[in-house]
Design a protein around this ligand. Structure first.
Ligand SMILES: Cc1cc2nc3c(=O)[nH]c(=O)nc-3n(C[C@H](O)[C@H](O)[C@H](O)COP(=O)(O)OP(=O)(O)OC[C@H]3O[C@@H](n4cnc5c(N)ncnc54)[C@H](O)[C@@H]3O)c2cc1C
Length: 415
């Protein structure tokens, strides 16, 4: 790990996928670099832990979404990380006894029809809350809203139609057996890093940019800012002179909330490997469960939106308690005895994330381009929220970091 230099050519703020993408892209340039990271680890919202000696748990991102266009796939291959290419359990591999196939098909038809209406609205250039694309009175509306809480981290009433439709889903979702966070850590291993170094002020009033951190001050010619939108919106990092357009753009792109829990499972052989458990429940506030991911003896629960926020507010352990209640209600009370909480996330309470992934508020779809735009050829912005089509994702973040690196390199004199 590098200590804090007094001056560099490029300072990158944040060692998540975006910051690491920028650092790797600049590694072979002639520019001196440092990645300033508030946490004592790299990866940001990508973080793998061993929840028990034999259970790997991605506390943040887990899926290589749009895998055929995902730039972390070649990274995983080059670093010899095993990729699981089995289809995810969300659509087809439901648990029949609690969500019978005919009902599941009906739900999928309603979900597809909702997306069709949203696509038509977007083609007509009409923005507004995505909830306007729900069919009034459709019995599946609460569950369609639940899906939005998982995908956007927010209910549809706070999601822009145009933004939702700008996302590019190729339908292929893979996973990294050793964990997505572990992959990011390996990818970032050789980057020049200053860990436990929280940036508090970026003063761009002088010819060299002055950066105040918890470990001291340094100066840089260029700064690439990759922190989550909520930190810019809350002005947790201050700019001097202030950047009201960036703060406004970030406020239009708040991080929604998604939280995960993993529960150890006795008698795993009773449940299908990589199965999906969700009741045909007519409400939005409910978990989605991944049974025995990679065949491990555990169940992963996923909660989103306002419900996840309520569970975080209820305190540590509330996610696990809710998951056990729901699983026992769906599969039988015996499951209370066979499930044991191992780990859970609380991303809204994480001071350096303050949420899970960004969504545009209705009428704010244009904010991503505003946030991404470089300023005065000296300040550059990356991070998942600045991706035009892969926002919310880890590979979108990485690609955005590489884009910011290219913007910096384009300013250098050609030899
Ligand atoms: C529960 C959950 C599930 C997810 N599932 C998936 C998934 O399956 N697939 C997928 O592709 N994506 C998923 N994501 C989203 C994905 O993790 C993020 O989009 C991506 O990791 C964001 O990368 P980033 O570099 O933009 O931001 P971050 O990873 O947040 O990196 C920003 C970095 O800046 C640091 N920082 C913050 N403030 C300061 C400061 N003042 N000074 C210095 N450093 C600072 C932070 O500590 C952090 O390390 C999920 C996220 C969550 C939370």
């Amino acid at each position: 790990m590098s200590s804090l230099p007094s001056e560099v050519d490029v300072a990158i703020v944040g060692a998540g996928a975006a910051g690491l993408g920028a650092a790797r892209a600049l590694a072979n340039s002639s520019l001196s670099l440092i990645v300033l990271e508030a946490r004592d680890r790299v990866g940001g919202r990508g973080h793998t832990i061993m929840a028990s000696p034999d259970i790997t748990f991605d506390v943040g991102c887990g899926w290589l979404h749009s895998a055929d266009k995902n730039s972390f796939v070649p990274v995983a291959e080059a670093l010899n990380f095993e990729i699981d290419k089995n289809r995810p359990p969300w659509r087809e591999r439901g648990f029949d006894s609690v969500f019978p196939p005919e009902q599941r098909r009906e739900f999928m038809r309603a979900l597809d029809a909702f997306h069709e209406r949203a696509e038509q609205a977007a083609k007509g250039g009409r923005d507004g809350p995505a909830s306007a694309c729900l069919e009034p009175g459709n019995r599946w509306n609460p569950m369609i809203d639940a899906i939005s809480t998982y995908v956007n981290g927010s209910e549809l009433d706070r999601v822009s139609i145009l933004d939702m439709e700008a996302y590019e889903d190729t339908g292929l979702n893979w996973r990294v057996r050793q964990g997505y966070g572990a992959l990011m850590a390996a990818y970032g291993a050789l980057c020049p890093l200053a860990l436990s170094t929280e940036v508090t002020l970026i003063d761009h009033s002088t010819s060299r940019i002055r950066i105040e951190t918890s470990k001291g001050t340094l100066s840089a010619r260029y700064v690439i800012v990759t922190v989550p939108t909520n930190l810019i919106a809350d002005e947790a990092i201050r700019f001097h002179p202030p950047l009201p357009a960036k703060v406004d753009a970030a406020r239009g792109l708040p991080l929604g909330l998604a939280d995960k829990v993993t529960l150890a499972l006795d008698r795993p052989e009773d449940l299908p490997m990589d199965g999906n458990l969700r009741g045909a429940t007519m409400r939005t506030a409910m978990g989605a469960y991944h049974l025995r991911p990679f065949g491990q003896a555990c169940i992963e629960g996923f909660f989103g939106g306002r419900f996840a926020r309520e569970l975080e507010d209820a305190g540590q352990g509330a996610l696990a308690a809710q998951a056990i209640d729901e699983i026992a209600a769906l599969l039988g009370s015996d499951y209370r005895r066979s499930l044991r909480p191992l780990a859970e996330s609380r991303w809204a309470r994480d001071p350096f994330a303050r949420g899970s992934y960004s969504h545009a508020l209705p009428l704010h779809a244009g904010a991503r381009a505003v946030l991404a735009a470089p300023l005065d050829g000296r300040l550059f912005f990356a991070g998942e929220a600045t991706s035009p089509n892969f926002f919310t994702t880890a590979h979108g973040a990485k690609d955005s970091g590489e884009r910011a690196a290219r913007e910096v390199m384009a300013l250098l004199p050609t030899r």
